[in-house]
Design a binder for this molecule. Structure first.
Ligand code: CA
Length: 247
């Protein structure tokens, strides 16, 4: 992927941070991080598992569909495709079954690695004295252990919003509003790092300045259309711009 950032009007070279500097924010007390596609390179596996599980259950879902629906709850995702292709909502049993098939396939896929430069980015944020909060739709019980193993000393158990905490998944603002509440800060004192259009919508609906890092196959435009304040092509580009973003 090329080393460029975009400002919504076109592409600008990374060497020119004029547009980044104009987005710099004071009084940032915490950065709220999404997990899949932001900290872990897990979306390829999620895409594969969803496509196969849906196909086994007579629903067609493309890899692009998976990225477009990233962040939605499993149930919500299945309902959308059932309504569209079966002409009705899936039953609770069907949803439970399809989601189990998806999870079983996911667990057979290759081990998920952290996203390149994610650790360096998190260490830089910590070094600036800015708190780190996790806001994920994931409901894995071993989440904190995994985070601690890959990103030691970065996250705290009490500063995590997971599938167990919220009633509504992204794009609803509840996950990010709860992140603010857990951190004890206002929207103006926060920034979000997201990779998915529904995640960006959720963060913006919570009133938070939102940085998108486009780690997937969708065009940047999809993230801008979702409301992203700025889109970076990768973590090292964000890392370079960070001192001008957090003043
Ligand atoms: Ca994500």
């Amino acid at each position: 992927m090329s080393e460029t950032i975009t400002n919504g009007k076109g592409r600008a070279e990374c060497s020119s941070f004029l547009n980044v500097a104009s987005l710099g924010r004071k009084n940032v007390r915490a950065i709220l991080f999404d997990m899949d596609g932001v900290l872990f390179d897990s979306m390829k596996n999620h895409a594969e598992a969803w496509v196969r599980a849906m196909k086994e259950n007579n629903l067609i879902m493309s890899r692009e569909d998976v990225y477009m629906n990233e962040g939605r709850t499993g149930e919500g995702t299945i309902d959308i495709f059932a309504r569209e292709q079966w002409g009705r909502d899936a039953t609770d049993e069907e949803k439970e079954y399809i989601y189990k098939v998806k999870s079983d396939i996911f667990n057979t896929l290759p081990h998920v690695e952290p996203i390149e430069s994610a650790l360096e980015l998190l260490q830089a944020v910590k070094g600036m004295g800015v708190e780190r909060v996790i806001v994920t739709g994931s409901g894995q019980k071993s989440l904190l252990e995994r985070l601690e193993k890959n990103f030691p000393g970065i996250f705290k158990a009490e500063l995590m919003v997971t599938a167990f905490d919220v009633k509504h998944g992204k794009p609803h603002p509840e996950p990010y509003l709860m992140g603010l509440e857990k951190a004890g800060i206002s929207a103006e004192e926060a920034m979000v790092v997201e990779n998915a259009p529904l995640g960006v919508q959720s963060a913006k609906a919570a009133g938070i300045f939102t940085i998108a890092v486009n780690t997937g196959p969708l065009p940047d435009k999809v993230l801008y259309d979702a409301g992203a304040d700025i889109v970076f092509p990768n973590h090292s580009a964000l890392l370079k711009a960070l001192p001008e973003m957090v003043l």
